[in-house]
Design a protein around this ligand. Structure first.
Ligand SMILES: [Zn+2]
Ligand SMILES: [Zn+2]
Length: 243
């Protein structure tokens, strides 16, 4: 089965994410775009994932969740999970490892935690777009131990991309799945990847109009989709490729 996905979407919890992007808005927009699977991945926090999962159920969207981790080197790594319990356990771990600096909403933007009906439950105190003290080379194993899958985010981006910061994607980090934004530059970036990599294309949406714009799609075994549902089947497919 061909599954259309966008696995890197920010909400109003990310300081740089538009305030209109409540978790319910993201779930509804993803469904309207015709996506089968969408993931909510805010900077260093998954605190809007509970509302996103509830809203996804309401809209009939198959959800993944997680966060976009900033490593100590300032490289972004996408961390994806299919079970809310595991997501929130990993969220607690990342919260402890975030380098703490109070957010200035007027300068960086709001960091809103919402419920599934767009009610603002609170605001995250510490700036989420900063770095954690977690090393890039350790992320893959840590996320695996929490039951998720990690992949270097937007390696073709100048800001916070592994290639720009390290000059490559360090092989020691063990990644076999990579995220890119522009499929046109895949050939140029193959030199930085392992042999036979899986490349996925996500929007990294910070505004409503970007959701689903990267056109990501994957062919996943029909039986697996029937057994696990679209989101878990897609995550399994990515996890298998990352071994
Ligand atoms: Zn990023
Ligand atoms: Zn992002």
């Amino acid at each position: 089965m061909r599954l259309r996905y966008d696995l890197h979407i920010h909400s109003c919890l990310s300081p740089c994410g538009d305030d209109v992007l409540t978790p319910a808005f993201v779930a509804g927009s993803a469904k309207l775009c015709g996506l089968d699977v969408a993931a909510l991945t805010d900077h260093n926090s998954a605190k809007n994932c509970p509302a996103f999962f509830k809203a996804a159920e309401f809209y009939g969207l198959s959800p993944l969740g997680g966060l976009e981790l900033s490593t100590v080197e300032g490289v972004h790594v996408l961390c994806l999970f299919d079970e809310l319990e595991k997501i929130m356990e990993f969220d607690r771990f990342v919260s402890e490892r975030l380098i703490k600096m109070e957010n200035d909403p007027a300068f960086f933007g709001n960091q809103l935690v919402c419920d599934e009906e767009d009610e603002v439950l609170g605001e995250e105190k510490y700036l989420l777009s900063g770095d954690t003290d977690i090393a890039f080379n350790d992320v893959r194993e840590i996320v695996l131990s929490y039951g998720g899958v990690a992949l270097p985010a937007h390696i073709d981006r100048k800001v916070n991309g592994a290639v720009e910061i390290f000059g490559t994607v360090p092989a020691e980090a063990g990644f076999k799945v990579y995220e890119m934004r522009d499929r046109g530059s895949k050939e140029d970036y193959l030199q930085y990847m392992c042999a036979d990599p899986l490349v996925i294309y996500n929007s990294d949406a910070h505004q409503a109009e970007s959701i689903g714009c990267a056109g990501g799609a994957a062919t996943v075994d029909d039986a697996l989709v029937s057994e696990l549902g679209a989101a878990s089947a897609l995550l399994r497919y990515i996890a298998e490729s990352s071994k």
